[in-house]
Design a protein around this ligand. Structure first.
Ligand SMILES: [Cu+2]
Length: 159
């Protein structure tokens, strides 16, 4: 079985089973054209009444900029990129809207900074499971990832 066929199978499986068991700690990077999405992960949720968050790094290895214009996943009714700013010692989140990914740059979404807010959860995100998420870029188009769910206290992709 070729590697790409294996990946297609994983993607196909995750479409039918939104939460499959993940046996790895750090997800493989997913590449499309010059865009590489690295180390996606999400936090386990407390049921479905509170939102959860997903994190990843987007690396634009190309010579022209691109823009992340949307995110879709079957586990959340709404998924938006949020910014995090500190005002007088209070952390505030805001909707980032479209996110520029400049040529040759990496944009890192991580705890305490920019993140993907997963709202209106369709099911609880359980540690050890994973789900499928699609990032939509203006130029690179859709990139679909398998996002492992880590513990509620995780701070990085390897935990
Ligand atoms: Cu947020």
């Amino acid at each position: 079985m070729t590697y790409s066929l294996f990946r297609s199978l994983i993607v196909a499986m995750s479409l039918f089973m939104p939460l499959v068991s993940a046996s790895y700690a750090v997800a493989e990077p997913v590449r499309k054209d010059a865009m590489v999405v690295e180390a996606p992960w999400a936090r386990a949720s407390i049921g479905t009444s509170r939102p959860s968050a997903a994190y990843l790094t987007i690396h634009n290895e190309g010579t022209s900029g691109d823009v992340l214009i949307g995110i879709q996943t079957s586990v959340a009714g709404k998924a938006d990129v949020h910014t995090m700013t500190m005002t007088d010692g209070v952390a505030r989140m805001g909707v980032a809207g479209a996110v520029e990914i400049p040529a040759g740059n990496k944009v890192e979404l991580k705890p305490g900074g920019m993140h993907i807010m997963l709202m209106k959860l369709a099911q609880p995100l359980e540690k050890g499971k994973s789900f499928s998420m699609t990032l939509r870029f203006e130029k690179a188009g859709n990139i679909t990832l398998t996002v492992p769910v880590l513990g509620i206290g995780a701070t990085g992709p390897g935990e």
